[in-house]
Design a protein around this ligand. Structure first.
Ligand SMILES: O=P(O)(O)OC[C@H]1O[C@H](OP(=O)(O)OP(=O)(O)O)[C@H](O)[C@@H]1O
Ligand SMILES: Nc1ncnc2[nH]cnc12
Length: 192
């Protein structure tokens, strides 16, 4: 099903690498429930060349210059998998934005709705210092509920979201419209 995937920022790399990356995405209709076409990037991580191209692509496609980022925040769970290596590649720290109940108090908490359910995100108070410029990283933006909740949390502890980096964007759900003015980078887009 990779033929319904549109490259966005992949033009920043060679056609051979771009095609290779596109060939590794998987789409699973009906998972986790009827009506959802689940977009899976795990094969990109499992493939040595795919992982290397992916990380390179995320760095090239940063929505803001690297020197304007203080910290990278990854959203549990799939955002952790790319957030940590991206932070390391940029020589920045990494902050985990976690699902409810995983972090010790004191925490900040925000509820949000998903394409297929509802959930809560939490962040430790004190982990982001006031004035810190944070790049938010996740694998995918659908409705934008998760990324918006992360922005709310980061701002509630005094940070500023300077940009968002996603691998995938699902079209037609208005996700990016929820995120305010901070620049957004997505490597590929596809129908929801
Ligand atoms: O834009 P939205 O509609 O909010 O959806 C996007 C979110 O959904 C997925 O996470 P999920 O909550 O399924 O959790 P996981 O990463 O733990 O699998 C994905 O990794 C994003 O975080
Ligand atoms: N269609 C989808 N595929 C993978 N992750 C998602 N998160 C929200 N919608 C999703």
């Amino acid at each position: 099903m990779e033929n319904d995937i549109t490259p966005e920022k992949l033009s920043l790399m060679g056609e051979e690498d771009s095609d290779y990356l596109l060939s590794l995405f998987r789409s699973i209709p009906g998972f986790p429930k009827e009506g959802i076409n689940f977009r899976d990037y795990m094969p990109l991580l499992a493939d040595a060349r795919g992982l290397s191209i992916l990380m390179d692509a995320l760095v090239r496609a940063l929505p803001v210059p690297a020197d304007s980022i203080d910290e990278v925040a990854g959203l549990e769970a799939r955002g952790f998998l790319i957030g940590v290596p991206l932070a390391a590649a940029l020589h920045k720290g990494f902050v985990a934005v976690r699902k409810a109940g995983k972090l010790p108090p004191p925490i900040e908490h925000a509820d949000y709705s998903l394409e297929y359910g509802t959930a809560s995100l939490e962040i430790e108070q004190g982990i982001i210092k006031p004035g810190t410029r944070v790049l938010v990283v996740d694998d995918l933006i659908a409705t934008g509920g998760t990324a918006h909740a992360a922005k709310t949390l980061i701002e509630s502890v005094g940070g500023t979201v300077c940009g968002f980096s996603f691998i995938m964007k699902l079209n037609g759900l208005g996700g990016c419209d929820k995120l305010g003015d901070a620049p957004i980078s997505t490597l590929v887009s596809m129908p929801a």
